[in-house]
Ligand binder design. Structure first.
Ligand code: HMG
Ligand code: MG
Length: 298
């Protein structure tokens, strides 16, 4: 049983770009966001309010949001790790934020400079203050299936981290296969585990990386299980700066091609999107890793 409609949560401007070595001009980022909105994408993760030394690519978050012309009907969530990030996001007029927790001890330390438990103490005041300000808060869980330092990750641990984020006040969880090692059976099992733990499927999103070529199969497994929000990145841009083996996110074009074939609505104009990714690939100086972009724009 597939959902009638999928909400595509476009992460290209954030997850896609955060790992780029050379800093992309803020004007190019703004044009990218505009073109993604023109292509019909209505959730555009725009940037992160993290420490600029940790992610230099996104050090322009204030300028980006000040110059962004927000469209009606388009949401522009941003990543926020701590209260300092929330202050910055609030000053920039943000309405949707995402905190990003780790399912593993090592990645919590590498990505957040916190212990697994310590991350919750950092997030708690962020979520409560954000909710009091009327903001929507998404919670990412990274390393849901495997971790480059710890190996396979126990589903029970992922569920416990995810539950804590939901209980804290996150309206949605995005389950991240940060290094792209998951296979569909594991996806089904993890989703079933969340449902058993009382988390509604409507409150779950999936976030796959295509390192081992499994992103689309995993997405289909999640859709069949009843998930209807899928994270993807235009042209398959991306990785994660603290997870060296991670390659690109699921490409939005690959997702859209599959959804078209399945007759699932998504609201995206594939032609405009592929043009945008081809344009961005030129700006970055290398071809898009998306199979669909290559097939359409070779
Ligand atoms: P820390 O060094 O522990 O921070 O870093 P701190 O709280 O000790 O503060 C140290 C200094 O940094 C202070 O300045 C703070 O003000 C400043 P000082 O008083 O020394 O002058 N500071 C900040 N400045 C600007 N913005 C801030 C901020 N916070 C503190 N927000 C911290 C902790 C969380 C900040 C750091 O580890 C960090 O920025 N990490 C971000 C890493 C990141 O962005 N990773 C990529 C995103 S996660 C991802 O991609 C996975 C995902 O896609 C899902 C998936 O694929 O699975 C979401
Ligand atoms: Mg990611």
């Amino acid at each position: 049983e597939l959902p009638e409609r999928v909400r595509v949560w476009e992460v290209g401007a954030r997850d896609g770009l955060q790992n780029e070595q050379s800093v992309v001009d803020v004007g190019v980022k703004l044009e990218f966001l505009d073109r993604l909105a023109d292509a019909g994408l209505s959730t555009l993760e725009a940037t992160s309010f993290v420490h600029p030394k940790w992610v230099p690519q996104l050090a322009d978050a204030e300028e980006l949001l000040a110059r962004l012309s927000r469209r009606d009907g388009v949401r522009y969530p941003v990543l926020v790790p701590n209260e300092r990030g929330l202050d910055r996001a609030l000053a920039a007029g943000v309405q949707h934020i995402a905190i990003f927790g780790s399912a593993t001890e090592t990645f919590a330390q590498r990505n957040l400079n916190r212990t697994l438990d310590g991350q919750f103490a950092m997030f708690e005041p962020v979520v409560s203050r954000a909710r009091a300000e009327g903001l929507d808060v998404r919670g990412y869980v990274s390393m849901c299936f495997g971790d480059p330092w710890e190996g396979p990750v126990d589903a029970a641990q992922v569920i416990s981290v995810g539950k804590r984020l939901v209980d804290m006040g996150c309206s949605q969880l995005s389950l991240g296969d940060t290094i792209g090692v998951a296979t569909p059976g594991q996806v089904e099992a993890l989703l079933a585990g969340f449902v058993d733990a009382g988390v509604d499927l409507d409150a779950l999103a999936v976030h796959f990386h295509d390192t081992y070529g499994q992103a689309l199969s995993n997405t289909l497994a999640a859709l069949r299980a009843g998930v209807s929000t899928v994270d993807s990145s235009a042209g398959g841009l991306g990785g994660c700066p603290y997870a060296e083996s991670a390659t690109g996110n699921l490409a939005t074009e690959d997702l859209v091609w599959m959804l078209d074939g399945l007759g699932v609505e998504h609201g995206v104009d594939l032609d405009k999107l592929a043009d945008t990714s081809a344009w961005m690939a030129q700006r970055l100086g290398r071809p898009s890793p998306s199979r669909v972009v290559r097939a359409l724009r070779g």
